[in-house]
Ligand binder design. Structure first.
Ligand SMILES: Cc1cc2nc3c(=O)[nH]c(=O)nc-3n(C[C@H](O)[C@H](O)[C@H](O)COP(=O)(O)O)c2cc1C
Ligand code: SF4
Ligand code: FES
Length: 566
C-alpha cells in the first residue's frame, strides 16, 4: 500500500462514519469485558435492530475509555453522552433506555459527565485512539491517521532523520529507567549487524502488581505499537521484531495476532512495505508470567528459548542482544509514542512536559481514590492535582497518607511532597521512581511496614535466585518485616533491615534486586514512627496488623515493649 492509497482509504472510512448519526461506543477492554460489556454491546445491537434504526445507529466495540472502575462504559459520539455501569438486557433495562433516548434527554441515572476533570485534564497522545477506534479493525486505525507516519518515514525520510526527530522529542523509555530513546536508537543504528541481523523487541511483560497500562494499550490500539516498532526497525536497520507479552494477557495477545495479520494483508508489515526495499516481520512471544522476565537481558534469554535469567551488562542489548545481534528493546508505551512524534515532529512533543521529562505519561491510578482507572497526563503535573482533581480525592473523607509509584521497584511518597511535579527527576529526588506507571494512593487505613512487607514478599518470590544478595537478602528482609508487623521485632532488627537495604541495593546483579529495597527505604525514611510504634509500643496505628494495639480502640500495647534507640 502506498501513502496515497493509505490516505484514500482513510478518507473513504471517514465518509462512511459521517453517514452514521449515532455511533455508540462500548468499551470492550479487559475490565469492562469482565463486567459483561460484550453482552451490553449485543443488547444495544439487538435493541437498535428491533427499532429498525440500523441505518442511522451503529454500535462499535472500542478500547478502554479510562474510568475502568465505572465500567461497562458506553458513549454516544454524536452528542458526547457517556454512560457508566451499563448492564446487559438480561439484567435490566439500561440498554433499552439508552436506545430509546437517543433523540431525547439522556438517561439520567446512568450519566457520567465527560466534563469531569478525570477526562478534561488528561492529555492523550498514547491513548488518543483508546475508546474511539475498534482495535480489531485496521481501517479504524488508518482512519485515525494510522500508518501515515510509517509510510512518510519510509518514503520521505532517511533513517538518520527519523532518529533525529525521536532525539529532538526528548522521549525517554517508559519501561522504568527513563533512558533517552533517541540515544538508544542511534546506538543500535551505529552497531554492525551480527550474521546480517539486528532485532527490535517490544517489552510487554508488565509484571508490576497493579500495573495495566501496557496491557490496555495493546488491547485498545495494537496497530499503534506495530507502527512504532516498524518505524524503529527502519531507523535502526532491523528486519525482524518480537513482541514479548505475558500469557496472562489473552485479550492483548488475541488482538495483537489480529493486528499483525491485518497489517501484513495490507502490506504494512512484511516484505517491501509501501513498495520500498524495507521489509519487517513481527512475531509474538509469550512469557510465562515472571516479573524478572521484564528485565531486558532476561527477556532476551527467554525469547531465545532459555530460562529467563538476567546477565550482567555490559554488553548492553543495543550492542549485543538477541542471538548476539544488536537489539533495540523498548517498552510498549515508548513504541506507542513513536508514530505521533513522526507525524507531528519532535519539537511538537518536546513542547509538552518539563525540561527533562518530555511528553505525557500513562498511569494506572489505583487504591484509595474516587476515580480509579487509566490516565494520561503531561509530565510535570503536580501529584496533588492528579489525586484530587483527576482522581476525585480520597473517599470517606479520609486523609491522604502516601502515594506509591513504580511498583516493587518504587517507593512511597508522603503528604509533604504532594505538590511535587510528577516527572523522572522529582520522583527520583524523593527516593521513588516513575517505573512503568503504577500509582497507588493510600490513606490512613494503610500500614506502611505492612505495605513494605507486601512488596518485599513480591520481590523475594519473584527473585530468579541467580545472585546471593537478592536470593537471600530479600528473604531475610521479608522475615524482618514479618517480625515487625507481628510485633516481635527488636531495635536490632530495624538496624539490620536498614543495613540490608544498602547491601541488597549495591550488590545485586540486576534491577530487581537493586531496586527491591526502595519501598522499605522510603517507608523507613518517611514513616519511621510507624516502625517504632510496631517495635516499641506493639501498636499498629492503621489497625492493619493483627494482634497489635490500635489507638483509640484497644490502646494498650500488647507484649513487652522493646527498647528503642532509633
Ligand atoms: C525486574 C525488572 C522488570 C522489568 N519489567 C519491565 C516490563 O515489564 N516492561 C518494560 O518495558 N520494562 C521492564 N523493565 C525494564 C527493561 O529492563 C528495559 O529497561 C525496558 O524494557 C527498556 O525499554 P524503554 O527504554 O522503552 O523503557 C524491567 C526491569 C527490571 C529490572
Ligand atoms: S538481582 Fe535477583 S532477580 Fe536479579 S539476577 Fe540477582 S537473584 Fe536474579
Ligand atoms: S476497561 Fe473499560 S473503561 Fe477501562
Amino acid at each position: 500500500m502506498t501513502l496515497d492509497e493509505l490516505r484514500e482509504l482513510a478518507e473513504t472510512e471517514r465518509e462512511k462514519q459521517t453517514q452514521v448519526k449515532h455511533e455508540i461506543h462500548v468499551c470492550t477492554a479487559a475490565a469492562c469485558l469482565s463486567q459483561r460489556s460484550d453482552q451490553v454491546k449485543a443488547s444495544l445491537e439487538a435493541e437498535i435492530k428491533a427499532h429498525g434504526k440500523e441505518d442511522c445507529c451503529k454500535v462499535k466495540g472500542v478500547g478502554c475509555m479510562g474510568l475502568c472502575a465505572a465500567g461497562p462504559l458506553v458513549s454516544d459520539e454524536s452528542n458526547g453522552r457517556l454512560y457508566q455501569n451499563v448492564r446487559p438486557a438480561d439484567e435490566n433495562t439500561d440498554t433499552k433506555e439508552i436506545v430509546a433516548s437517543l433523540e431525547s434527554e439522556p438517561v439520567e441515572r446512568l450519566s457520567l459527565s465527560p466534563e469531569l476533570p478525570f477526562f478534561k485534564e488528561q492529555k492523550k497522545i498514547v491513548l488518543e485512539n483508546s475508546g474511539k477506534i475498534d482495535p480489531e479493525r485496521i481501517e479504524d486505525y488508518i482512519c485515525a491517521g494510522g500508518y501515515e507516519a510509517l509510510l512518510t518515514a519510509l518514503t520521505e525520510m532517511r533513517p538518520l532523520e527519523v532518529i533525529e526527530q525521536i532525539t529532538k522529542s526528548g522521549l525517554r523509555g517508559r519501561g522504568g529507567a527513563g533512558y533517552p530513546t533517541g540515544l538508544k536508537w542511534s546506538t543500535v543504528a551505529k552497531a554492525s549487524p551480527h550474521n546480517g541481523a539486528k532485532y527490535v523487541i517490544c517489552n510487554g511483560d508488565e509484571g508490576d502488581p497493579g500495573a495495566f497500562m501496557d496491557r490496555s494499550v495493546l488491547e485498545s490500539d495494537p496497530q499503534r505499537v506495530l507502527e512504532g516498532m516498524a518505524i524503529a526497525a527502519y531507523a535502526v536497520g532491523a528486519n525482524r521484531g518480537f513482541i514479548y507479552v505475558r500469557a496472562e494477557y489473552p485479550l492483548a495477545i488475541k488482538r495483537l495476532k489480529i493486528a499483525i495479520k491485518q497489517a501484513e494483508t495490507m502490506g504494512l508489515l512484511g516484505a517491501n512495505i509501501a513498495d520500498t526495499t524495507f521489509s519487517f516481520k513481527i512475531e509474538l512471544r509469550l512469557g510465562a508470567g515472571a516479573f524478572v522476565c521484564g528485565e531486558e537481558t532476561a527477556l532476551i534469554a527467554s525469547v531465545e528459548g532459555k530460562r529467563g535469567n538476567p546477565r550482567p551488562r555490559p554488553p548492553y542489548p543495543a550492542q549485543e542482544g538477541l542471538w548476539n545481534a544488536p537489539t533495540l528493546i523498548n517498552n510498549v508505551e515508548t513504541f506507542a509514542n513513536v508514530a505521533p512524534i513522526i507525524r507531528n515532529g519532535g519539537a511538537w512533543y518536546a513542547a509538552i512536559g518539563t525540561e527533562k521529562s518530555k511528553g505525557t505519561k500513562v498511569f494506572a491510578l489505583a487504591g484509595r481514590v474516587a476515580n480509579t482507572g487509566l490516565i494520561e497526563i503531561p509530565m510535570g503535573m503536580p501529584l496533588r492535582h492528579v489525586i484530587y482533581q483527576l482522581g476525585g480525592g480520597i473517599p470517606d473523607n479520609r486523609r491522604f497518607k502516601a502515594a506509591q509509584t513504580g511498583g516493587p521497584s518504587g517507593g512511597c511518597i508522603p503528604e509533604e511532597y504532594l505538590d511535587m511535579p510528577v516527572d523522572y527527576e522529582s520522583l527520583a529526588s524523593v527516593g521513588s521512581i516513575m517505573g512503568s506507571g503504577g500509582l497507588i494512593v493510600m490513606d490512613e487505613t494503610s500500614c506502611m511496614p505492612d505495605v513494605a512487607k507486601y512488596f518485599m514478599d513480591f520481590c523475594c518470590t519473584e527473585s530468579c535466585g541467580k545472585c546471593i544478595p537478592c536470593r537471600v537478602g530479600t528473604v531475610h528482609m521479608h522475615n524482618l518485616l514479618s517480625r515487625i508487623t507481628a510485633g516481635e521485632a527488636t531495635p536490632e532488627d530495624l538496624a539490620l533491615l536498614e543495613r540490608l537495604c544498602d547491601v541488597v541495593r549495591n550488590t545485586s546483579l540486576c534491577g530487581l534486586g537493586q531496586s527491591a529495597p526502595n519501598p522499605v527505604a522510603t517507608t523507613l525514611k518517611y514513616f519511621r514512627k510507624e516502625y517504632i510504634d510496631h517495635i516499641h509500643h506493639k501498636r499498629c496505628t492503621a489497625g492493619v496488623c493483627e494482634g497489635l494495639a490500635r489507638p483509640g480502640k484497644d490502646d494498650k500495647p500488647k507484649g513487652k515493649p522493646a527498647e528503642v534507640t532509633a
